[in-house]
Structure formats: structure tokens, C-alpha cells
Ligand binder design. Structure first.
Ligand code: PGA
Length: 256
């Protein structure tokens, strides 16, 4: 029997919006969405750390069923790690999802496989769900290495993860060359890579490959979201730039 996976569309605001601007964006977004939208799709926003508390308060006070996500976290609970934010702190803010191994973390901030794995383990240990990002650079794609790159990012990222936690995980397939470039992947290509992602998850954790939700990310907008969502293996999107405009992000959520 085919597994029914709930669509999940997440906005990654990156290093944008003050907490005051963030409140406005989430309020406008909530005015554009209704119960039907939330029933059909899980909606997530990932503000910068400085806006998490404000957004959490707005969501709670107005009973808005948008889930809160963080863009990163440290793996330790507390300690001498100047400038870092711990999973304990995020869990207390009712953060549900934490993006782990985003390509900007990997490529701009030098996060290696072991670091991403520590974060994944810490997020799960604190009752939150990682959105584990994988994806190849343009050089790797041109060299025919896409499949091997995403497979090694997955096997490293999921090391020592409790098998019971795997079916609830979210993986985001984000080809690096498609992020912030306006040049999205072909939906059928993305679907093919995602089939390899499921195969790798399944070989690491038998039975889980069809359970994990896999998003596509990279230049998603209202004009192309439907073409991704109609692919059988794609369960949602991780949206950067287009999620900063609440009307546009609402159109993406209402892709049907
Ligand atoms: P983009 O970013 O939608 O602006 O391409 C996607 C991401 O980085 O998650």
C-alpha cells in the first residue's frame, strides 16, 4: 500500500527580517491562509533566532497553526560556546523543526558531515525534528556525482540516529546551484534524485524510505510549486526568498 505523506512547506527566512518585521509577515501570512490550507499542508516558518520568541507568542496568542522552525542550532545543551544557541533553548520556545546542514551552513560556514550529524542527533534528542538538507554543487552535478553526494550526505547525517525516529524526519533536497539563483531544478530531475534519497534512507533504515518526507528546495515560487508537488516523490518545499513575501508564500502554500 502506498504511504500517504502529509505535504510540508517551510519558509526559510535566512538572515532577514527584524523581530518586528517578522511579526508582520507571519500575521499577514495567517490572514491569507485558512483551515482548509492548514488541513491540507503543514506550514512552517523558520525565522532568525532573534524573532523566534516573538513569532512563538503571536502563533500561540492567535492560535495560528503554523509550526515554528529554527535555521540552525548547536549540539550541546549549554556551555562555553559564545554566540551559539542550544537545542534546549529552542525546544523551550516550542520549536518543532530545525534545519540541519543547509548548504549555506556547509559551504559558507564550513560545517562538515560530523557537525551536521551532531546537530541532527541533538535535535532529535530534544524532541524536535531535523530538516536535513542535502544537495550537490554545480561541479558535482557536471561530474555526474549527484547521486553519490546526496547518498554520502545522508549516511553521514543520519549516523547513530535511532531507527524509530527516522520515519518522522524531513529531508530537503536542495541542489546548491538552484538556491537563490532563480534557476530551479527540473521537477522530474528532482524527483529522480529524491528516489535515490529514499533508496539510501531505506538501505540505512529498512522500511523508512517511503515514510520520510522529502522536500525540494531551490528557487521555488508560486509559478513553479505545482510542478514540483505533482511529482510522486516530492512532499513539499523549503522556500527561501519567496517566503519573505507573505502573499507570495501563501500562494505557494495554496498551490493546489
Ligand atoms: P531559495 O532558497 O528559495 O531562495 O532558492 C532555498 C533555501 O535556501 O532553502
Amino acid at each position: 500500500m502506498a504511504v500517504k505523506r502529509r505535504p510540508i512547506i517551510a519558509g526559510n527566512w535566512k538572515m532577514n527580517l527584524t523581530h518586528l518585521e517578522a511579526i508582520q509577515v507571519v500575521q499577514k501570512l495567517s490572514y491569507s491562509l485558512d483551515k482548509k490550507d492548514y488541513d491540507a499542508t503543514e506550514v512552517v516558518v523558520c525565522p532568525p533566532f532573534t524573532a523566534l520568541r516573538s513569532i512563538q507568542t503571536v502563533l500561540e496568542a492567535d492560535r495560528i497553526p503554523i509550526r515554528l522552525g529554527a535555521q540552525n542550532c548547536h549540539w550541546e545543551e549549554a556551555g562555553a560556546f559564545t554566540g551559539e544557541v542550544s537545542p534546549t533553548m529552542l525546544a523551550k520556545l516550542q520549536v518543532t523543526y530545525v534545519i540541519c546542514g543547509h548548504s549555506e551552513r556547509r559551504h559558507v560556514f564550513g560545517e562538515d558531515y560530523a557537525t551536521v550529524n551532531r546537530k541532527v542527533l541533538a535535535v532529535i534528542a530534544h524532541g524536535m525534528t531535523p530538516i536535513l538538507c542535502v544537495g550537490e554543487t554545480v561541479e558535482q552535478r557536471d561530474a555526474g556525482e549527484t547521486e553519490s553526494v546526496v547518498r554520502s550526505q545522508l549516511s553521514a547525517g543520519l549516523q547513530k540516529v535511532d531507527a524509530a525516529a527516522v520515519p518522522t524526519l524531513v529531508v530537503a533536497y536542495e541542489p546548491v546551484w538552484a538556491i537563490g539563483t532563480g534557476r530551479n531544478a527540473e521537477p522530474t530531475d528532482a524527483n529522480e534524485v529524491i528516489a535515490h534519497i529514499r533508496a539510501e534512507v531505506d538501505s540505512l533504515f529498512p522500511g523508512s524510505g517511503e515514510e520520510v518526507r522529502v522536500q525540494y528546495g531551490g528557487s521555488v515560487k508560486s509559478g513553479n510549486i505545482a510542478s514540483f508537488m505533482e511529482q510522486p516523490g516530492i512532499d513539499g518545499a523549503l522556500v527561501g526568498g519567496a517566503s519573505l513575501d507573505p502573499e507570495e508564500f501563501a500562494r505557494i502554500v495554496r498551490y493546489r
